[in-house]
Design a protein around this ligand. Structure first.
Ligand code: THU
Length: 156
């Protein structure tokens, strides 16, 4: 038997056309992106976790001289949310980036380890959340679930 995996997502040409709340979150993501500690890769990533009560958790990538000891922006934000607000569901995750690794039209696509953590957040809270991936040329892709970014994730 052959099977096919189908993933739906929305693509917008300009994130500024999204609804006000999403525009505000993406602006927050760019602001925290500036504060990333990325002296080695010079690639800055910002992540905003929007919680169900409307509060937000900001994260950015934190690198280290001993390279593997650093952590991606998405996990910084999701782990902080899990540590401090374990009973508040995540409603959305917004991810932006700046740096030479990303040319102006390419989209930041989270690494595999972050995807696994993103999926487990949905498993833990028993509900899906939206994931917004923003490119430097303003395009944005919106997924309705983190699971769409990691089909057949470990544990699913
Ligand atoms: N990085 C993130 O923060 N998120 C991703 O989704 C991919 C990569 C960081 C890790 C490292 O600090 C830098 O970007 C270059 O890989």
């Amino acid at each position: 038997m052959n099977y096919r995996h189908h993933i739906d997502y929305e693509l917008y040409d300009d994130w500024q056309d999204l609804e006000d709340r999403d525009v505000a979150m993406i602006k927050e993501a760019y602001s925290i992106c500036e504060q990333a500690y990325a002296p080695y890769s010079k690639f800055k990533v910002g992540a905003i976790v929007l919680l169900e009560d409307g509060s937000i958790v900001r994260g950015n990538n934190q690198e280290n001289m001993a390279y593997p000891s650093g952590l991606c922006a998405e996990r910084v934000a999701l782990f902080f949310a899990g540590a401090n607000f374990p009973n508040l569901k995540v409603e959305a995750l917004y991810i932006v980036a700046k740096g030479e690794l990303l040319n102006s039209s390419s989209l930041l696509s989270p690494c595999g380890a972050c995807r696994q953590v993103m999926v487990e957040t949905e498993m833990r809270q028993k509900s899906d959340y939206k994931v917004f991936l923003v490119s430097e040329n303003k395009k944005v892709i919106v997924f309705s679930s983190a699971k769409d970014l990691l089909p057949m994730a470990f544990g699913t």
